[in-house]
Design a protein. Structure first.
Length: 591
C-alpha cells in the first residue's frame, strides 16, 4: 500500500498537474469538477443544517423561518444581539480576514488567482449562520457561494495544482453552491460564468456542469428533488399582458437601481470601525423586526405565500419596500449577509403587488399573482446582479414551466436595461468592489492569459550550471544539447544564455589555440564570454501567463525561470519563459 501511495505521489500527480497547465486539459478538469461538486454539496448540507437546526428548535411553530410569531421584545433584541456579537467577532479579526461573500471571491480571483484561506471559509461559515439565525435581513446563497469556492480552492491548493486550474475550481465551487442551495444546476453553471468569472469558455463548461450536477445530487439525497419553492402551474393568459409586463419591468429596474444606490452610498462608510458599522446595522434592523417581521431571516416562507397568492397588496408592497431598504442599509454598512435571497424576496413581493394591481385593472386578462411574483423574482435578480441569463435559468428551473420563458426573457432584459442604461448602475458586486477601491479585469486578453499556466509553454531544455567552468566541463555540459544555460549565482540563478553561444566560444577558442599557438584558458566565465545573456527572475510553476507578464513588468527581467518548492528551502527549476513566448502563444491561440 505504501509503494502504491508513493507511486501516485511521485508519478501520477505530477503528470496530472502538468496536463492541467494547458487550456485543453478537459478530462483532468472534468475529474476536478466532479470532486469539487461532491465536496461543495457536503459543505452546503452542513451549512444549511447549522442554520435550520437551531431555528427549528428556537422559533415557535413549525419550520425554520417563523420569526413572525416571536414576541415583540424578542424580535427587537435578537437582531441587535446578533449584530453586536458579529461586530465583536469581526473587530477582533484583521481587515483581510473579515472579508466574506461573493465580492471577496471575485477579489481573490482577480488579485490572487483564486487562492482562498481556510480561515476565510470558517469566518464565512460562522458569520453566515449568525446573520440568518439572529434574524438579520440576510440570504444564505452568498455565504454558500463563498464556502463552495473556498473549499474547492483549498482542494486545489492541497494538490498544488496550477493557478489556472484553481480558478476553474473556484468557478466549480460557485456553481455547485447555487445548485445545491436552489436545486437549480443550470442556473448554478450560468451564475458562476456570468456573475463570478464573467467569461464563457468551452473548456470551462464541462467541469462546472459536473460540479453543479454532483452537488445537486448530494443535496437531493437529503432534501429531495423539489426546487427551493413549490410553484403552481403558471402561464401568461394573453399577449395583451405584455405592456403591463414591460411596465413592471421598469418599476423593478428602478427598484434595483435604488437598491444598488443605497448599498453604494452606505458603503462609503467602510473606513469607519467595523464594530460601529455592524452595531448600527443591527440597531436599524430593530424597528423593521418589530413592525415588519417578514423582513427577518431569509424570508422564503413569505416568498412561497406570495407565489400562492396568500398575501394582500399593501402587505406585499410594504414588506417589499422594507426589505429593499433594510437590506441595502445592512449590506452597505458591512453586515456579512448574502444578497441573492433578499433580491428574490424583493422581486417576488413587488412583482406580486404589481400583479394584484393588474388584476384590478384587467380582471379578465391578468394572470395569477404567482405568475407576476415569479417574473418579479427573475427581473430583480437579473437587474441587481446584471446577470440576465443566470436569472432566466433560475426562473425556468424554479418554475419548471416552459411557458414562462417568453415573458421571463422580456421582463428580465428590460429591467436589467433600465437599471444599467437609464440609471448607469453596474452589477451590485462590481459596485461594492469599486467602493473598496478594487476593480475586476475581465478583458479577453486577461481572460485568455489566466486560463494557461507557465508550465504549458515553458522551455524545458535548460541546464543549470556554475558561472565558471573548465573547458572540459563546458564541453560535457553541451553534450546533453540544452537550448539554454541557467547560470547560478550566490543567491540563485542570475542569468540565462543560449547554449549555442557557449559552443561558439569554445569553437573560436580552439581555433585561436590551433592557429596562434596560445595556451587554452583554464576556466570559462559564462558572465564574461561573448553571449546574448538575459537577466532573470523567478516565477512559480503554478503561475498563470498573466502572473508571468506581471512579473516581467515588476522585475524588468528578460526571462523567467520556472521553479517550485519541492522541499523546505529547496527550489527545483523546471524551465524558462521569455516574454516573446507568451506573446507568440496568445497570437497562436487567437488565430
Amino acid at each position: 500500500m505504501r509503494n502504491i501511495r508513493q507511486q501516485i505521489t511521485e508519478n501520477l500527480i505530477p503528470v496530472f498537474r502538468r496536463k492541467l497547465s494547458g487550456v485543453d486539459a478537459l478530462p483532468q478538469l472534468a475529474v476536478l469538477g466532479l470532486l469539487s461538486g461532491i465536496v461543495t454539496g457536503a459543505v452546503i448540507l452542513l451549512f444549511r443544517l447549522a442554520i435550520e437546526w437551531p431555528l427549528e428548535h428556537f422559533l415557535p411553530g413549525a419550520g425554520s423561518e417563523n420569526f413572525e410569531q416571536l414576541d415583540i421584545l424578542t424580535r427587537g433584541l435578537l437582531p441587535l444581539a446578533g449584530a453586536v456579537g458579529l461586530g465583536i467577532l469581526l473587530h477582533k479579526l484583521s481587515i483581510h480576514d473579515r472579508k466574506v461573500g461573493i465580492v471577496h471571491i471575485m477579489e481573490r480571483l482577480n488579485y490572487h488567482q483564486g487562492y482562498i484561506s481556510f480561515k476565510s471559509a470558517m469566518v464565512q461559515f460562522v458569520a453566515g449562520v449568525t446573520t440568518v439565525v439572529s434574524g438579520q435581513s440576510a440570504g444564505r446563497e452568498g455565504p454558500a457561494v463563498h464556502l463552495g469556492a473556498a473549499f474547492s480552492s483549498l482542494f486545489g491548493q492541497w494538490l498544488r495544482l496550477p493557478n489556472n486550474s484553481i480558478r476553474t475550481l473556484v468557478a466549480c465551487g460557485c456553481a455547485a453552491a447555487i445548485s445545491a442551495s436552489f436545486n437549480t444546476p443550470i442556473a448554478g453553471v450560468i451564475f458562476a460564468m456570468e456573475v463570478v468569472m464573467m467569461e464563457y469558455t468551452i473548456a470551462g463548461f464541462t467541469p462546472i456542469i459536473l460540479a453543479a450536477v454532483s452537488a445537486a445530487i448530494i443535496t437531493q439525497i437529503v432534501y429531495g428533488s423539489e426546487p427551493a419553492f413549490s410553484v403552481p402551474a403558471l402561464t401568461m393568459n394573453s399577449l395583451l399582458e405584455i405592456p403591463w409586463i414591460l411596465a413592471i419591468a421598469v418599476i423593478i429596474g428602478i427598484a434595483a437601481a435604488a437598491f444598488i444606490h443605497l448599498v453604494d452610498n452606505m458603503g462609503r462608510h467602510h473606513h469607519r470601525p467595523v464594530l460601529l458599522r455592524i452595531t448600527v446595522a443591527g440597531l436599524l434592523m430593530v424597528p423593521f423586526a418589530i413592525l415588519v417581521p417578514e423582513t427577518m431571516g431569509i424570508g422564503y416562507d413569505t416568498v412561497s405565500e406570495t407565489i400562492h397568492g396568500e398575501l394582500g397588496f399593501w402587505l406585499l408592497l410594504g414588506v417589499g419596500v422594507a426589505k429593499l431598504v433594510i437590506t441595502g442599509l445592512s449590506i452597505g454598512l458591512g453586515m456579512p449577509s448574502g444578497v441573492i435571497g433578499p433580491t428574490i424576496f424583493m422581486g417576488a413581493t413587488l412583482g406580486g403587488a404589481m400583479g394584484l394591481i393588474g388584476a384590478q385593472i384587467f380582471p379578465e386578462l391578468a394572470s395569477s399573482v404567482g405568475f407576476y411574483a415569479m417574473l418579479g423574482m427573475g427581473a430583480m435578480m437579473g437587474a441587481v446582479l446584471q446577470a440576465p441569463l443566470a436569472a432566466l435559468m433560475a426562473l425556468m428551473e424554479l418554475t419548471r414551466n416552459p411557458n414562462i420563458i417568453l415573458p421571463g426573457m422580456l421582463i428580465i432584459t428590460t429591467a436589467s436595461l433600465v437599471t444599467s442604461e437609464a440609471f448607469g448602475k453596474k452589477s451590485l458586486f462590481l459596485t461594492i468592489l469599486k467602493n473598496q477601491g478594487l476593480s475586476y479585469q475581465n478583458s479577453p486578453v486577461i481572460q485568455a492569459l489566466r486560463r494557461v499556466s507557465v508550465g504549458a509553454i515553458m522551455d524545458r531544455s535548460i541546464l543549470r550550471t556554475d558561472r565558471e567552468l573548465t573547458p572540459d566541463e563546458a564541453r560535457k555540459a553541451l553534450k546533453s544539447e540544452p537550448k539554454w544555460l541557467l547560470v547560478e549565482g550566490s543567491n540563485g540563478p542570475t542569468a540565462l544564455l543560449p547554449a549555442v553561444d557557449l559552443a561558439r566560444y569554445l569553437e573560436d577558442t580552439e581555433k585561436q589555440v590551433a592557429e596562434e599557438g596560445i595556451a587554452p584558458p583554464d576556466t570559462v566565465d559564462l558572465m564574461e564570454i561573448p553571449a546574448n545573456r538575459r537577466d532573470v527572475a523567478p516565477v512559480q510553476y503554478q503561475a498563470t501567463l498573466e502572473e508571468a507578464l506581471n512579473e516581467f513588468d515588476s522585475t524588468q527581467a528578460e526571462a523567467l525561470y520556472v521553479q517550485r518548492h519541492v522541499a523546505p528551502m529547496i527550489q527545483r527549476v523546471y524551465g524558462v519563459v521569455l516574454q516573446s513566448d507568451i506573446e507568440s502563444y496568445y497570437q497562436y491561440r487567437r488565430s
